[in-house]
Design a protein around this ligand. Structure first.
Ligand code: 1CP
Length: 367
């Protein structure tokens, strides 16, 4: 990463102003770790920390459809803050969903309870692609407003903005919903390479625009979720997906905010994901962090990687496994590790087990 302090200055190339208030989080353990600077303890946050594992979340979401809740700034603020208050995590993740920007450009998408995103008319032809227009900041005023409210409230705790990566978004758009095998997506990728390239390129632009809105409103870091990219072989990733992901990282590079790149089942892709352009690579639980450090290459931070299922074991076991993660991360040196789970918090997880884990990581890693 170039100059993270640059984020406190005024104007961006397109003339918008970047809020100086982001500077309040500048010395947080999370941002220091992102910059490989000395940290008081290893910072920790959890993917999907806001959501169904928390009774207070279920309460405020009652009767409000998922995507509608993402468009209500006061509600987004409350849901984003809930895990910060409860668990004392080192960063907040903005409450939204990877399909929000698709909805904002007019795609008919709904998040069905216990299913996930469902697209009414999947994108399968060049003609369908015309429905995927560019995203303008004016399409998502509720995002700008919610990020602003949060940054004011969070003070020294950094806010992580996020978006879905082109491959993972393409999978939902082409399949029409959650998919195990991504067969229609891969059929397009292998069989209609020009259509595929045009699709992921449009998605890269939408994702870049969505991330820029969050950064310009004050987000301190961003994470690109490529949850399903582990379904690809390295050559196919390099040829058909990496250019679009790199386009996203390049589009936000000038802001100087740390960029995290995460996927599941990416053991064979970690080297390429490191080259795609992020400052920090998220690792699932299948690859120990010392091995991941070799694969990702020098100069990159790592995020991860406790198996989420470990949280269902007794506290002593959770602590032993968490200590193993911290130990493996020593391959990075004194800084550059952000503790997380290898994937998201599960809805049935005991929130108290997560709070205990945060306290344990802070204590066990205190410098
Ligand atoms: O009603 C509900 O509560 C629905 C559950 C839910 C929630 C809480 C969905 C539906 N999305 C979200 C919020 C969400 N989604 C966040 C919030 C912030 C946080 O992490 O605390 C984030 C970061 C996401 C990102 C997201 N959405 C990803 C990438 C992360 C991952 O888990 O891999 C993906 C793949 C989605 C799609 C999605 N949205 C919702 C579900 C259940 C799914 C996955 C469906 C599938 O299996 O394909």
């Amino acid at each position: 990463m170039s100059e993270t302090t640059a984020d406190t200055t005024a104007a961006t190339p397109d003339g918008r102003t970047t809020p100086a208030r982001r500077g309040a989080a500048h010395d947080s353990a999370f941002l220091r770790a992102c910059r490989h600077e000395p940290v008081p303890h290893t910072p920790v946050w959890f993917m999907r920390q806001a959501g169904r594992s928390l009774p207070e979340y279920l309460k405020v979401r009652e009767g409000i459809p998922m995507l509608e809740s993402c468009m209500r700034p006061e509600l987004v603020k409350e849901i984003t803050l809930q895990p910060v208050r409860r668990h004392k995590v080192d960063a907040a993740i903005f409450f939204s969903d990877i399909v929000v920007p698709l909805k904002a450009v007019g795609i008919d998408v709904e998040i069905k309870p216990n299913v996930g995103p469902v697209i009414a008319d999947p994108i399968r032809t060049f003609e369908d692609l015309q429905r995927l227009r560019p995203l303008e900041p004016d399409d998502v005023p509720y995002i700008t407003e919610a990020v602003g409210l949060l940054v004011d409230e969070l003070g020294g705790t950094p806010l992580i903005g996020f978006a879905g990566a082109p491959y993972t978004l393409a999978s939902y758009l082409v399949e029409g919903g959650p998919s195990k095998n991504h067969e229609n997506t891969k059929a397009m990728m292998y069989g209609q390479p020009e259509l595929w390239a045009a699709l992921v390129d449009r998605l890269a632009d939408i994702t870049s625009a969505f991330l820029k809105v969050q950064i310009e409103a004050g987000a301190s870091a961003i994470q690109l979720f490529d949850s399903w990219v582990g379904s690809l072989a390295p050559d196919d990733y390099r040829r058909s997906v990496m250019p679009a992901s790199t386009k996203v990282f390049d589009a936000v590079a000038h802001y100087g905010v740390p960029r995290i790149h995460f996927g599941v089942g990416t053991g064979e892709l970690l080297g390429l994901m490191g080259q795609a352009g992020a400052d920090i690579v998220g690792v699932d639980w299948r690859v120990p962090l010392n091995v991941a450090a070799d694969r990702v290459g020098p100069g990159k931070g790592l995020q991860g990687n406790l198996d989420p299922a470990v949280l269902f074991a007794p506290t002593k076991v959770v602590e032993t496994k968490a200590r193993e993660v911290l130990h493996a991360a020593q391959a990075l040196g004194d800084s550059g590790h952000i503790f997380n789970l290898g994937h998201g918090v599960l809805p049935s997880m005991d929130p108290d087990a997560l709070s205990r884990l945060v306290a344990f990581v802070h204590e066990a890693s205190a410098r």
